[in-house]
Design a protein around this ligand. Structure first.
Ligand SMILES: Cc1cc2nc3c(=O)[nH]c(=O)nc-3n(C[C@H](O)[C@H](O)[C@H](O)COP(=O)(O)OP(=O)(O)OC[C@H]3O[C@@H](n4cnc5c(N)ncnc54)[C@H](O)[C@@H]3O)c2cc1C
Length: 455
């Protein structure tokens, strides 16, 4: 007999309880990764390329014994288990809508072959569904969730796998070749890179995180999101490295857990607003001008430097700083009057850390229709936000070459400088002051219609 460790979003050997469980249940362990056509993006897409790098690093750690198979998991996993005479298949539980459906289908198919699917651990310090109110309902507000999450606590990191443990080998497909989009640069993937980034951040930036985390011009955040997304490091390992004074950072880790919990409890929220009046009554923009605006936003050609720098950072690095994510999302929704459901898939297409829970609810929070949301009337000013959080204009000059000739904060307001447009930077596509009023009027009307509809 043997056991199978089916890797998914847990591409690491350290602090991996499912892997330890596979080894404990039978020392003949096969390591499997399935290239699932549903999740495997377009060839050349950001996350596909990142994943190829991550899998190739994992394969090296496994001395070339990672078995790759492509196809539907509910066919591939049972067939593989039968091929290697496995009694059990071990996984970290997935709590996303697609992941749960897939795992249930695989479990059913394995049962037909007399093989057990064993779920141990998850991608979270506290698994979604565990933090509940005293009346056993889920939280929709972050702060009380955070308090209960902290009190609930989490396990200490799991032991390492035995030194020089040898995985079994089986015929494998080759990993696809990376095929990176021109102009896009991705950081190195894998467990070693994750621990390196985490170590450097802890040493150099964690102490200043509370002050610097909103500054996109500084390296003030951890850049761990893509490593956490693919489980190259577990949040439990990160939390174990924090001290009492690191509460601001601990809270950010908890936001990721909170959004996973919200999605687990409301799986329809991947496409529907938690506050349903948004989807029913808001008079969103449509037609040719709206399409042009969306296109300008996607290309970073809106004429608002902070927005354009963010949207170009996305396509250059597959990442945007959190403060800028909020501003560009707000701009699409409240200045261009486009529903969040248009912006969220664009982010998912381009983000190297694209995560269905954090992305969906980051968008809904900014739109003012989600959990604990910033109220709709709080409209980010894309100009003053830029001046406040990129006070010297360095972030703008890094991503918008048409404004690189402007010094200091002048890069945020080319319209105030005689040669602001000498390098053909776009003129603003809208007037922020006007569109802010339109957004507020639209929202008031939507609320009114909703009340009148008796819903
Ligand atoms: C519109 C929008 C979309 C977003 N989409 C995603 C996404 O697809 N994937 C994703 O991982 N994050 C998303 N975020 C959250 C956040 O922007 C990123 O997690 C963060 O910028 C990643 O950089 P970092 O690792 O340096 O963060 P740090 O500031 O170093 O934070 C450490 C970790 O905490 C978690 N975290 C921090 N802030 C948040 C947050 N607001 N929500 C959830 N988790 C958080 C992340 O795992 C992050 O790696 C989104 C935010 C917004 C406003």
């Amino acid at each position: 007999m043997s056991s199978v460790m089916w890797f998914r979003r847990d591409l690491r050997l350290k602090d991996n309880p499912a892997l330890l469980d596979a080894i404990a249940s039978d020392p003949n362990v096969f390591a499997l990764f399935v290239l699932d056509p549903v999740l495997w993006g377009q060839p050349g897409s950001v996350r596909t390329n990142y994943l190829i790098d991550s899998l190739s690093k994992l394969n090296t750690q496994l001395a070339g014994r990672l078995v790759i198979r492509s196809g539907s998991p509910s066919v591939i996993v049972p067939n593989f288990a039968r091929e290697v005479s496995a009694g059990t298949v071990h996984i970290a539980a997935d709590f996303g809508p697609y992941g749960q459906k897939r795992d249930n289908a695989v479990e059913g198919a394995l049962t037909d072959f007399g093989v057990d699917l064993v779920r141990v651990g998850s991608a979270y310090a506290v698994a979604p569904g565990r933090v509940r109110k005293s009346d056993d309902t889920p939280y929709r507000v972050f702060t009380p969730f955070y308090k209960v999450w902290t009190t609930h606590g989490w396990r200490t990191p799991a032991d390492s796998i035995p030194k020089n443990f040898v995985f079994q080998s089986a015929p494998t497909e080759q990993l696809p070749q990376p095929n990176l989009i021109p102009g896009l640069t991705l950081p190195p993937a894998g467990e070693e890179a994750a621990w390196k980034f985490w170590g450097e951040f802890k040493e150099k930036a964690l102490a200043h995180y509370a002050d610097d985390r909103n500054r996109p011009d500084l390296a003030g955040t951890s850049s761990l999101s893509h490593h956490l997304k693919y489980g190259e490091i577990h949040p439990r390992s990160v939390l174990a490295g924090l001290g009492d004074s690191d509460e601001v950072f601990r809270k950010e880790i908890c936001w990721r857990e909170f959004y996973a919990d919200v999605l687990f409890n409301t799986p329809q929220s991947t496409h529907a607003s938690l506050n349903e009046k948004f989807d029913v009554n808001m008079p969103w923009a449509s037609g040719a001008t709206a399409e042009e605006h969306v296109n300008a936003w996607k290309q970073g050609q809106t004429g608002f430097p902070f927005v354009d720098a963010g949207m170009r950072q996305l396509r250059a690095e597959g990442w945007i700083h959190n403060r800028v994510r909020m501003v560009v999302a707000s701009f699409l929704i409240k200045d261009l009057h486009i529903p969040w459901q248009v912006g969220a898939p664009w982010f998912m297409q381009w983000l190297r850390d694209g995560d269905i829970a954090s992305n969906t609810h980051g968008w809904q929070w900014t739109a003012g229709c989600g959990t604990d949301a910033s109220p709709f009337y709080r409209v980010f000013n894309p100009i003053t936000q830029g001046i406040k959080f990129d006070p010297h204009g360095d972030y703008i000059r890094r991503y918008v070459p048409e404004l690189a000739h402007l010094s200091g904060a002048a890069a945020h307001e080319p319209w105030n400088t005689p040669d602001g447009y000498s390098h053909h930077y776009s003129r603003p596509v809208v007037d922020h002051k006007v569109e802010r009023e339109v957004a507020l009027a639209n929202y008031a009307a939507a609320k009114e219609n909703f009340a009148n509809s008796g819903s």
